[in-house]
Design a protein. Structure first.
Length: 206
């Protein structure tokens, strides 16, 4: 009976933690974590907004740069209106094509003006726009003039058969055909000289 009164070892302290230690199981204070999250959110929002603004600036379609005035489309349209369309001057590649135009010249009495050029020729590019404007102006006045052009270099980077047959050695060169016959030929980049020749062969006295 004496042994029964000895204190038995208790296991309650092992299974249940003391109340005083319950506070240690709580998580860290939440307020700093929330502040961190808010700061992170603010940073991400600000960075995304700045990236969106950069993308909008990069995707600008008016062709302007920061600090520069936007591109004015009306000015470009006005410049385009001043130039004559390329279709105003007909390009031919063979003797057969040139022969058909000369036959038309014989039948109608029209003046045929041919611009012989080379793509790498700076003077040819200079006179090209003026030649096309002459074509447009001549058509507006109803003058019987056929405007043609011919590249003296073929697709094989050699002299074309037309240029070889006509013995063309210099460009830009202009030929003037009346009633199918060559009446004048000269090399120039002066639009006024071409205009004078056209006026000469389209006058009523001719």
């Amino acid at each position: 009976m004496i042994g029964s009164f000895l204190p038995l070892p208790t296991t309650s302290g092992r299974s249940l933690p003391p109340r005083a230690t319950t506070t240690t199981t709580l998580p860290f204070p939440r307020s700093p974590l929330r502040l961190r999250r808010r700061r992170q959110i603010r940073v991400s929002v600000s960075s995304s907004s700045s990236s969106e603004s950069n993308e909008e600036g990069a995707g600008s379609t008016n062709g302007s740069l920061p600090g520069l005035a936007p591109v004015n489309g009306e000015e470009e349209e006005e410049e385009d209106d001043e130039s004559c369309p390329v279709e105003c001057v007909t390009e031919f590649k063979t003797d057969e094509e040139l022969g058909r135009f000369l036959e038309r010249s014989r039948a109608t009495g029209a003046l045929v003006v041919v611009d012989f050029f080379r793509p790498s020729c700076g003077s040819c590019k200079y006179i090209e726009q003026g030649f096309m404007k002459l074509c447009k102006g001549s058509g507006d006045h109803g003058s019987p003039v056929i405007f043609l052009k011919h590249n003296v270099i073929d697709e094989y980077d050699e002299q074309s058969e037309v240029a070889e047959r006509l013995r063309i050695k210099v460009v830009p060169l202009f030929h003037f055909y009346k009633a199918g016959v060559l009446v004048e030929s000269f090399a120039t980049r002066d639009k006024d000289r071409i205009t004078a020749a056209i006026a000469k062969y389209t006058s009523p006295d001719e």
